[in-house]
Design a protein around this ligand. Sequence first.
Ligand code: SAH
Length: 588
Amino acid sequence: MAAGTSEPALLSSRNQSSSSTRSASGNSMLVGLTCRNHVHVVVGTNPLAAARCAQSLAAGARPILIAPDTADLHYGLQSKIDDGSVKWMKKEFEDDDLFRLGREDVGSVVDSVFVTSGPKEPRSAHISQLCKRHRIPVNVVDAPHLCTFNLLSVHTDGPLQVGVTTNGRGCKLASRIRREIASSLPRGLGPACSRLGEVRRRIQEDDHLALGALDDSLDQSAQFNKLVAEEDARNRRIRWLGQVCEYWPLKKLATIGDDDVDRLLDTYPGLGADINDRNHNWEPSKSELGKLVLAGSGPGHPSLLTRSTLHAIRRADVILADKLVPAPVLDLIPRRTPVHIARKFPGNADRAQEEFLEAALQGVRQGKTVLRLKQGDPFLYGRGGEEVSWFMRRGLGDRVQVLPGMTSALSAPLFAGIPVTQRDVADQVLICTGTGKKGKAPLPPEYVSSRTVVFLMALHRIAGLVAELTTHLSPTDDAESPPPTHEAIEMEEKRRLWPLATPCAVVERASCPDQRIIRTTLAHVVEAIESVGSRPPGLLVVGGSCEVLHPRQRGQAWIVEEGFRGLDDEEEQAWAAGLEGALRAGEV
Ligand code: SAH
């Protein structure tokens, strides 16, 4: 792990042995290489060359690409050449490139060489040999024996970098391990490194500490655990900072903000101040805040909740639920937890939303964990994105956690036996809303025979929607809007319409005991809904995929299927009983 103010490229010196049983003592020495303004020569034009240039640029180096004019450039490379960040020398590699393209202050010798053409290309071995002879670090793709250093799989978060190598045993494995490590780190650790680095620098400056007087690079020096009081007063604050970094939970460190840094330095003024009886009281102010969890509750059936949402339901101090959140999900809320259901009704949606946001903000400021429970997935027509940005605007973006939910847009078709993609029938899925902003009709999606379209919030204006899909709109249709431009009229004339015979299905209350499916075509769907009535919430699925597993019955304009049989009832009942027991016992 390397944390510093510069952006070093993480490289490791490479052990030359190729034995697969190499002992740990033959492993690489991992180092953070400072590359600012170094000249890196990249030979080759494939995607790896683009990746090497990107890595080189990220470390502040100046990559020079050597490849003949005739080479087919990877688009990533082309864009970097176009913006001037990568210099392209349009020629074959020549030996003396290594000794004339480098920085003047190091005698024009280049700083590193990356060969991306692989070991089979004879010039790879040649360049490697040349570099080795002249002590120029060289890396050849897929050829450990030709490298003097290898690149790590790196997770970067601001100044924090975590690099992983398996020493040639597999870069995919290294990348997987790196991802796993990165995902276990708390969010905000990179910025926290910057802030703590700043505290360290200021303490060093204020207390006139000689640079390097305290080598905190070793994990635990013998001095580390000594009481600060025993130390030279000059070193107190820096020792204290060392203890904070060592003992505070990473999660807590990751929440340190700029204001906390100022507070820390004010609380512990420099030289000679007695800090020992105070140094355990300081808390980052942000930790006094609570958090907002924005979670999706799935389409309706409680078994379709994610475990993380269920956990959030159990842990929340207060729950603000949308109106559509199904009752069986609300039933899982522990009795002691206050619940508010949104007072959303037509015309009041924006005010209800604002009310909820204010309530959530208040809760977070009081240190509470507030759960905003939404139906389906919070980011799919759930206004989840708006809520997150509302909190971000108030500087509380890092107090918000968003948990996904199973969206009705994909699960309702599934429970209706409609595979939204199916080879040779549908190769794309489009999810849209039938109702635009302020109740206006959004632009109807164009007909594509291999497309499944799922319309949410559409059934209350099904007649209008079907008309828009199957006939051209006349410019006079919308009296309130300004007259359409010539271009808009032309586009509308070219819009491909959906054939009336296109199969479709209305799926209502998917995954609830009173689920209902109407299978029909665009020609009859309006009549079908008029005839059987509506049972919200429901959605419309349109496209050939509706008939893949449920072929149309001859002579029937529509068929209606009642009830939900999507989950294993026995298992489900056992689960519900277990949960009820836990609720009674107060565990939940
Ligand atoms: N965030 C939600 C969608 C909110 S918009 C999600 O990801 O599912 C509300 C619309 O979702 C409703 O108008 C309806 O079209 C659809 N919907 C929600 N639950 C449904 C269900 N159980 N069955 C069918 N449609 C549903």
